[in-house]
Write a protein that binds this ligand. Structure first.
Ligand SMILES: Nc1nc2c(ncn2[C@@H]2O[C@H](COP(=O)(O)OP(=O)(O)OP(=O)(O)O)[C@@H](O)[C@H]2O)c(=O)[nH]1
Ligand SMILES: [Mg+2]
Length: 361
């Protein structure tokens, strides 16, 4: 399951977005309180599979959201909260709505300044972690040299210099061993980040879902390029209202605003893109279910998403592509045409694969 954590200045709209994503409306408002909620991943393919199998249960993939009340303690306070430390991605809410009834902590509306303030906090928190780690490594190196430790020192040194230039670590696009080495340090600026521009009600119709235009209008263009983040634009309070309407009314309302997709759908889809996540399915009379995993995941590891027993006892994966199943109309027809493949544990799971894992316990 994908874990996302909401960050942003006070009153930027984090909890409003949390409510939109999780449909949890009675959220606590005390300082230090943490909201954790689950969002269902919308997926038309699961709807079609459910129509085909008519199962007792339909289970969508999920994304977990964490929202902390008031980040006034700075980003350093965030790393103490497990939901932030363990997040796969950060969702950074930036206020672009003007509403004078909602006081701004800095007294004026300036999305670029706010986004940079939050970014600086992440960078500062990480700089502290990097410096402490570096001191520790230097001490240990004096006691005895090890290739592994020297490698780590070079990496942490590089991180420190990057941060000192005001660049978040996500811009380094670390991979493989480097990424593994840093994973234990809870470096916030290294996490993939989705920036949500929380538009003003009056700008929604003009901006629509056009991120480039929203970035231009809110002065966020250069920050986005520098920080290597993805962004989307929406108005959290309007989206929250729309989400409480019946489906037909909601679609009509969105269309009026020139939007073809709800804010919830866009947040989830963009997060999946950002992280390179894909979905696969398990189907049957009992349950049709969507699962998510990182692109490039081998079948045996993907089986672990479902149950560690299936991963451990993995024998083969029986796989048919979603498109093939829809084109043939049934699993039996796919079998007849040789479209149900048997794959081994190294097979790389594809988006839309329908999988039956064979395993022994
Ligand atoms: N006009 C307008 N008001 C909004 C919008 N989004 C949020 N608000 C309002 O702004 C206020 C603060 O929103 P929250 O979602 O509580 O902000 P927050 O980031 O969770 O704030 P803290 O938890 O205090 O850090 C609330 O009164 C919201 O109703 C928006 O898009 N437009
Ligand atoms: Mg809040």
């Amino acid at each position: 399951m994908l874990r996302a954590a909401l960050i942003g200045l006070p009153s930027s709209g984090k909890t409003t977005l949390f409510q939109l994503m999780t449909s949890i409306h009675d959220t606590p408002r005390g300082k230090g309180d943490v909201n954790i909620g689950i969002s269902k991943v919308p997926d038309e393919r699961l709807d079609k599979l459910t129509a085909m199998y008519n199962p007792r249960k339909r289970v969508p993939a999920t994304v977990e959201f964490t929202d902390i009340v008031a980040t006034r303690g700075g980003a350093q306070a965030l790393v103490d909260v497990a939901g932030y430390r363990n997040a796969d991605a950060l969702v950074h809410v930036v206020r672009a709505f003007r509403d004078p009834a909602v006081a701004h902590p800095a007294g004026s509306i300036d999305p670029a300044r706010d986004a940079q303030t939050m970014e600086d906090e992440l960078i500062l928190a990480d700089l502290g972690v990097a410096e402490r780690r570096l001191e520790r490594i230097e001490k240990d190196l004096k006691k005895g040299k090890s290739a592994e430790l020297q490698k780590e020192r070079d990496l942490v040194q590089r991180c420190k210099e990057t941060l000192e230039h005001g660049t978040p670590l996500r811009a380094l696009q670390l991979a493989g061993d480097d990424l593994k080495m840093l994973r234990g340090f809870q470096l916030l600026s290294a996490k993939p980040l989705l920036l949500v521009i929380n538009l003003d009600e009056n700008d929604v119709a003009e901006v629509g879902a056009d991120v480039a235009r929203a970035a231009e209008k809110t002065g966020l263009r250069s920050l986005l390029a520098h920080a290597s983040t993805r962004a989307i634009a929406l108005c959290a309070s309007i989206e929250l209202e729309i989400s409480q309407l019946a489906a037909d009314d909601a679609t009509a309302f969105l269309a009026d605003l020139g939007l073809s997709e709800s804010g919830l759908d866009r947040v989830i889809r963009t997060s999946y893109d950002l992280l390179g996540y894909i979905s696969f399915f398990t189907v049957g009379e009992d349950e049709c279910r969507a699962w998510s995993t990182a692109r490039g995941t081998p079948a045996q590891l993907a089986a672990g998403e479902i149950h560690t027993d299936i991963q451990r006892g993995f024998i083969r994966a029986e796989i048919v592509a979603y498109d093939a199943l829809m084109a043939r109309g049934s699993m039996a027809a796919c079998r007849e045409h040789g479209e149900v493949r048997l794959e081994g544990k190294e097979y790389v799971v594809q988006d839309g694969d329908i999988i039956n894992f064979r395993f022994a316990t």
